[in-house]
Design a binder for this molecule. Sequence first.
Ligand code: HAS
Ligand code: CU
Length: 555
Amino acid sequence: MSNAIVQDPTGFELPESQRRLIRWTVYIGYFALVAGVVHGLAQALSYAGINILQYFPGLHSYYQGLTIHGVANALVLTFAFSNGFLPLLTARALGRRLNAGLLHATFWLLLVGVGLALWKLTTNQASVLYTAYAPLQAHWIYYLGLVLVVLSTYCAAANMFVALAGWRKEHRGERIPLLAFISVASYAMWLIASLGIATSFIGFLLPWSLGILERTDPLLNRTLFWFTGHAIVYAWLLPAYISWYALIPRQTGGRIVSDSLTRVVFILFLILSVPTGFHHQYTDPGITTTMKAMHAVLTFGVFYPSLATAFSVVAALEIAGRSNGGKGLLGWIRHLHWSDPSVTAQLLAMFTFVFGGITGLINASYTVNQVVHNTAWVPGHFHMTVGSAVAMTLMGVAYWLVPYLTGRGLWGRKLALAQSWIYAVGVLVMARGLISGGLEGMPRRTFMAMATYSRPGWKLAGAITGVGGTLMTIGALLFFVVLLGTIFAGRKGEGPKDIPFGFTLRPPATSGWELRLDRLGLWVVVAIVLVVIAYAPFAISYLPPHLVSRGFRLF
Ligand code: HAS
Ligand code: CU
């Protein structure tokens, strides 16, 4: 196989005015990351018995800090990044400009939404944690802010759909370019997933916090939250997967293993991500055991596309490592462009995700979940998924994306390499602490530094958590230094001229069953049917809403 990089024939460049909007959209995410990690340090040190929250100016409570941590990192970083990244990839893959109005709408809705949410978070009027469980009640402006953030994702999705529709009109009968297909499929999945949270926020939480609705239904709100809440983790993950599938092969000198398998994986995410939400509610009353078991089985189903990803991504890496001169069973791993911080950050992200996946399977196992639910194990799990697989990929992508968007060369390459390693070691150490503590019953969402109780095993687990969290914070702050260095001091004109998108071993099929893979509309219908099967029995047995609970503001 020739390893020569095939240049994309369109030679398309996105106009600077559009790049600027995309740049500022992703910057919102990276700024949120900084706010988030500073609060993350306080959380990790709290497990080690150290209370630094008292030194945070204007901070009223542990829960306020934890809410800021979760919202900034899990909601703002992820969606701000995707809102810029996915339309950019779609435009590039289709060789088309984006719609300028929708780009503006995406940016402004996000900015205003984040601004409103931040205002209420920093003034302690929205300390309800990122899950926004009723009957804890936030100020209505906080809910409104998050609604605007969701609307911004709709505008980004619309931009991609418009570009795809335009392209299809001009390319009848042609296969959708892979990169565009997987980008659009990711946000199509998110659109379906977001319906739960949209119903909960607009139908219940907003009117309830405004006083229009006197009482709300906590169980229904939780169910609507988790309707969105499991799939949301794939809305965070899939942009990272897109990079692993379609960009990393080019960055390491390899090839995408299979066009069809890649499409199948994203279709499986589209149809299986949503009907799994009850695996977050195994201990909730009011939902039958049968329904919980059904969601458990479907969760095992959505585990499969990640297993296929592990296979494909590692195969693509092996092709790269061997064509770079690597030999032997594992010798190719050393030949994977480890000197490129963008690659290193993402390889380490993949590595941590192996453990994120294993712990996810344990969570999903209905009975075993009883051992780990609501313990520190769960943050152990999700820091090896969203906190590393996703966060480190978003950092790794930034090492080419920000130079591409600004036209400036990457500043501080060695620092960038160091930050990836420090962060990765940190997250693995921290997760080790959280997971072992969780197995000993150490609770999550609890201000351990002030707890008056303890159990054997918690002290060591907490100390390990604190050490790991400190390393992660150093790693994340170094990322920010590199980012600012690139924006302000990177060499002008040295940024890459194109995005590094890769090519498949064989071109996509032009006849046969594979053509059906491109029928996104059909897959959306299948997804909706599955969602109805998975949620209708609950809805029929439970509705109408049980409006029983007034709002509480405890902190
Ligand atoms: Fe999860 C709880 C089940 C994936 C995030 N999860 C959470 C929470 C978050 C979260 C935030 O079933 C807490 C929510 C809360 O606040 O209460 N999760 C799963 C399962 C998966 C899974 C089955 N989770 C994720 C991802 C997340 C995420 C992805 C964020 C991005 N999770 C659960 C369950 C709970 C839960 C229960 C509820 C727990 C409870 O009791 O509250 C699966 O999707 C995981 C599949 C992953 C794999 C790994 C594939 C590996 C790959 C890497 C290949 C690379 C290699 C390295 C091998 C099968 C693709 C090569 C490297 C070289 C150097 C060569
Ligand atoms: Cu889940």
